[in-house]
Design a binder for this molecule. Structure first.
Ligand code: GCB
Length: 636
């Protein structure tokens, strides 16, 4: 559950300057997790470490880095359950408390936590060390390139000297994806307190009938391990004093008890704070007469609140009442056909790298409103939770994507057989859905981006169908599920057509038919003829071209702002001719940092905004276009 500060819960923020040192090869032997070296630097958390200092290694090396700080928990937290929570550490992490391993975690984009109640004494300092590993390979998501060729390189392995040089160079940390491998403690670190018996999870599902909505909820409760474990052999004052605060340790089962002090009560409030309905018990259904539905901006993204108490614990969750359905080649929100206008994005900014950036989130959502967009995809990983909260509130629709990007290693090897990611991918999907399930802004799950589906179509079908079924089974709201198909031979691909929404990334007029927008439109038409034959709604989740800001030309050649503007203007006309075509996401919202390469002058420059968020010429065209396209009923 997202951390909350309220009458029963507190947060100790561990953001700020931490001690930092990159492994120089001696960390393991010298046990830096126990003896953090005195010679170290101060680095800011939360943020990627890569661009904070001028050290070349920080940008290029494949390595572990060590973070360290002292922490004191104020005595006012005595008797509370304490949990150390990391919102995201990229990619793999180990956490040590006073030199002892507390927990480890795989994957850089989802939260993890560990209870520390009985491991620390309030009022007394303890040491926290985090080891973050930036290595990517065939077992990570996103996937690293073990073949050792740069993503945008010009390695010609036919040339003997090139082959030899690559061998000589050895192991590199090469992404099999097009964004900079920003790493470290990218999101907040907090110690969260709750009462010893606490609310562990809350699931909300809404159903709308003609005049009312049924809001069903399920509350999971938990108990601190200091009251659930046999702690007879524990002699710490901490545990003893905590126990004495807890009268019924015998009954600590992890589910709500019959004890009247530990029952679940739920109150549903409207936006003004008026009580709409109330209930008691771990699960139930509440009725909302004449509900105000959550609608994307400029409609009203109306949010209700569910206030849950359990014993002395309390939690408030904002949620929306809305329906999602895919029917007759349409994507329906609240029963009305929705048209997606927006972007693929990245979490990316100067100096902070992929570090959580709530200020930038506000700016980006403001620019989405300005340009008349209504949606974006969290390409290519789950974003920081604060962004989803903002979008719930501001009425921006989200396609929520796992970090499964780069599954494919050339036509020779079947990635579904050679990459050990199947179970891990499922685990990531599960955690993402568990994290984001209550957000009204999330309306579609994306299982991944641009895997190989062309060279091994049968293998691909087995792999993705399994995940597709799993996502449907996991999501209490049973949202539609998709994955994003790349520009391959779509006639060979068997997977895309099995998804609830066909999402395609296409670069006609850029990587193919380069510079020829007329031919690009022709190609788009031919391809859309193909998709029209299926009974599925289709949208483009990426199309675009690089434009260097300030680079102009009367005849609109590639890399000019004019080319980018004309590209969108003419291709969008093709989309307008097709009723089953339900949306357009430009690639990309803003320019972003990526791996260096011959096609990447100072990053990927396909942004409609520059990296510092200034509009390019195409932004003005899109604003005019999108302001004239309503959210609902555009193709009616
Ligand atoms: C794609 C990828 C995206 C890249 C983009 C590009 O197909 O999904 O990650 O950045 O193309 O600009 O090449």
């Amino acid at each position: 559950m997202y951390p909350q500060e309220n009458g029963s819960r507190g947060i100790i923020w561990l953001d700020g300057i931490w001690n930092f040192k990159a492994d120089d090869g001696s960390a393991e032997e010298a046990h830096w997790e126990r003896e953090f070296p005195r010679e170290c630097e101060g680095l800011y958390v939360p943020a990627s470490y890569n661009d904070q200092r001028e050290e070349k290694r920080y940008r290029f090396d494949r390595m572990k880095v060590y973070y360290h700080r002292d922490v004191v928990i104020p005595r006012v937290y005595e008797g509370q359950r304490l949990v150390l929570r990391f919102d995201a550490v990229a990619h793999n992490a180990e956490v040590y408390l006073n030199g002892e391993l507390l927990c480890s975690h795989r994957g850089g984009f989802l939260p993890f936590e560990a209870e520390i109640t009985d491991l620390v004494r309030v009022g007394e300092p303890f040491e926290l060390t985090v080891v973050a590993d930036n290595r990517i390979d065939h077992s990570t998501l996103p996937v690293g390139n073990e073949e050792g060729s740069a993503f945008f390189g010009s390695d010609n392995a036919q040339v003997p000297a090139v082959r030899e040089a690559k061998k000589w160079r050895g192991e590199l940390n090469l992404p099999n994806f097009d964004f900079f491998n920003y790493c470290g403690i990218n999101r907040h670190v907090r110690i969260c307190s709750t009462p010893l018996h606490y609310i562990e999870d809350l699931t909300i599902v809404t159903k709308v009938t003609e005049r009312e909505a049924a809001v069903s909820y399920e509350v999971k409760t938990g108990s601190s391990r200091i009251v659930t474990e046999d702690r007879a052999d524990t002699s710490t004052n901490r545990a003893v004093s905590a126990r004495s605060n807890c009268p019924d340790t015998e009954n600590a089962t992890g589910t709500a008890s019959n004890d009247p002090d530990r029952r679940v009560f739920v109150t549903l409030l409207d936006r003004e704070g008026a009580i709409v309905a109330q209930s008691e018990g771990e699960r139930g259904e509440l009725t909302v007469p004449e509900p105000r539905l959550w609608e994307p901006y400029p409609g009203d993204p109306y949010l209700y609140r569910m206030y849950v108490t359990y014993g002395s614990d309390e939690y408030v969750e904002e949620f929306g009442i809305r329906t999602i359905e895919v029917r007759d080649q349409k994507f329906l929100i609240n029963g009305k056909p929705f048209y997606f206008k927006g972007f693929g994005k990245h979490e990316d900014f100067y100096i902070r790298g992929r570090g959580v950036n709530e200020l930038l989130n506000v700016k980006d959502v403001s620019l989405l409103h300005w340009i008349g967009a209504n949606s974006f995809r969290t390409s290519h990983y789950p974003y920081a939770e604060e962004m989803y909260q903002l979008c719930d509130r501001e009425g921006i629709v989200i396609i929520d994507e796992t970090p499964a990007v780069g599954i494919g290693a050339g036509a020779q090897t079947d990635p579904y057989k050679t990459m050990p990611i199947r179970d891990y991918h499922k685990e990531v999907l599960k955690t993402m859905i568990a994290r984001d399930k209550n957000h009204p802004s999330v309306i579609l799950w994306s299982l991944g981006n641009e895997p190989d589906t062309e060279n091994f179509p049968e293998s691909a079908l087995t792999y993705w169908s399994d995940l597709y079924e799993y996502a449907h089974a996991l999501d209490p709201q049973n949202r539609p599920v998709t994955f994003v198909c790349c520009q391959n031979d779509y006639t060979k691909d068997l997977v895309t057509r099995t998804m609830d929404v066909v999402c395609i990334n296409r670069y006609y007029g850029w990587y193919n038919l380069s510079g020829d927008i007329e031919a690009a439109c022709y190609a788009w038409n031919r391809e859309l003829d193909f998709w029209e034959g299926l009974d599925k709604p289709v949208m483009v989740t990426e199309y675009g071209c690089d434009a260097l800001p300030g680079n102009h030309g009367v005849n609109g050649e590639m890399f000019t702002e004019e080319y980018q503007e004309e590209y969108y203007r003419r291709i969008d006309r093709v989309f307008d001719q097709r009723s089953f075509f339900i949306g357009e996401h430009c690639w990309c919202f803003a320019d972003f940092g990526t791996i260096q390469g011959v096609m990447r002058p100072d990053g990927n420059r396909k942004g409609i905004f520059t990296r510092e968020r200034r509009p390019k010429l195409a932004a003005h065209f899109l604003k005019e276009r999108w302001e004239a396209i309503p959210n609902f009923g555009y193709k009616e």
